[in-house]
Design a protein around this ligand. Structure first.
Ligand code: SIN
Length: 285
């Protein structure tokens, strides 16, 4: 095992940090086991502290993936994605020559929902020989690094998020106008604070993202676009990031309340097949 592995007081688990501020591999754990509440609480705390935690060589069945994920909260059924026929909570992310990857954009999951995700648990089934890494950004660090004027300016602002990205996908796949309108009505735009306070740590982070945030309330479009660009940019700073190289049966569990992620699309036209389960969170404040 790598030298940087740190023994924890929760033996036999060991930790390998991927960068100082975000991302830790947890070794010595088998997620198929009936883990104690103490272990689950410890993993929850580690998630909050490290923003994303990783596990290697976890040959879970789909049921086991779901059972483990449920230990952290209620699971959502995503209304727009390709979900597994037997397990609708499980999103199938298949990319290949005919289905080029499209989520190479920084975002936090489902911020277009009234109560967006606490965290997502992504399992690798088939990965390309090289490429297809996922990058994660610590949005608390991104917030902390803003200058005082910007922090003061955004403190009380709210932004509107919506699911235009998915509605456009429906249109591309030939959905009728009535079908698209029905989904728009079922999932209307939502408003969230631009600066989110983490419900567990109390830390502030930037909670706008390029995929789902449309505009900042009460600002004209030019000013809103400029401010959003400044805030999005904080996810792109390598100092606040880590990068995960997948292997089959790796699992990443990220905290959508404090991190954004980006799935590199550099491997196309190779095959990449992932499965994601998403834990529901609370209304951001
Ligand atoms: C996602 O954005 O939920 C998936 C990330 C990935 O496939 O690496």
């Amino acid at each position: 095992m790598a030298e940087a592995v740190i023994a924890t007081e929760h033996a036999p688990f060991e930790l390998l940090h991927l960068s100082p501020g975000i991302g830790t591999e947890v070794h010595g754990i088998d997620l198929r086991d009936d883990l104690s509440d103490a272990t689950i609480n410890w993993l929850s705390s580690l998630l909050v502290e490290r923003k994303v935690i990783f596990f290697r060589d976890q040959n879970l069945s789909r049921e086991q993936h779901i059972v483990f994920s449920k230990r952290f909260g209620e699971l959502e059924v995503h209304p727009f994605t390709d979900n597994n026929a037997e397990h609708p909570e499980l999103i199938e992310l298949h990319n290949n020559r005919e289905r080029p990857p499209t989520i190479n954009k920084w975002h936090s999951d489902v911020t277009w929902r009234h109560s967006p995700s606490l965290g997502s648990l992504l399992r690798a089934r088939v990965i390309p020989e090289v490429g297809g890494d996922t990058l994660f950004a610590n949005m608390e660090a991104g917030y902390d690094a803003l200058d005082d004027n910007t922090k003061a300016k955004i403190e009380k602002l709210e932004a509107v998020h919506d699911n235009t990205t998915f509605l456009n996908g429906m249109i591309e796949r030939g959905a009728s106008e009535a079908e698209v309108d029905a989904m728009r009505a079922k999932f209307p735009p939502v408003t969230h604070p631009v600066v989110r306070t983490h419900p567990v740590s109390g830390k502030k982070s930037i909670y706008v993202n390029k995929v789902f945030t449309r505009y900042i309330k009460g600002m004209d479009k030019t000013e809103s676009d400029a401010l959003l660009q400044t805030l999005y940019h904080q996810a792109w700073v390598p100092d606040y990031q880590c990068r995960f190289r997948w292997q089959p049966d790796s699992i990443a569990f990220w905290d959508n309340r404090a991190a954004q992620h980006y799935a590199a699309a550099d491997y196309w036209p190779e095959v990449r097949h992932m499965e994601r389960v998403t834990v529901i969170g609370e209304k951001p404040f």
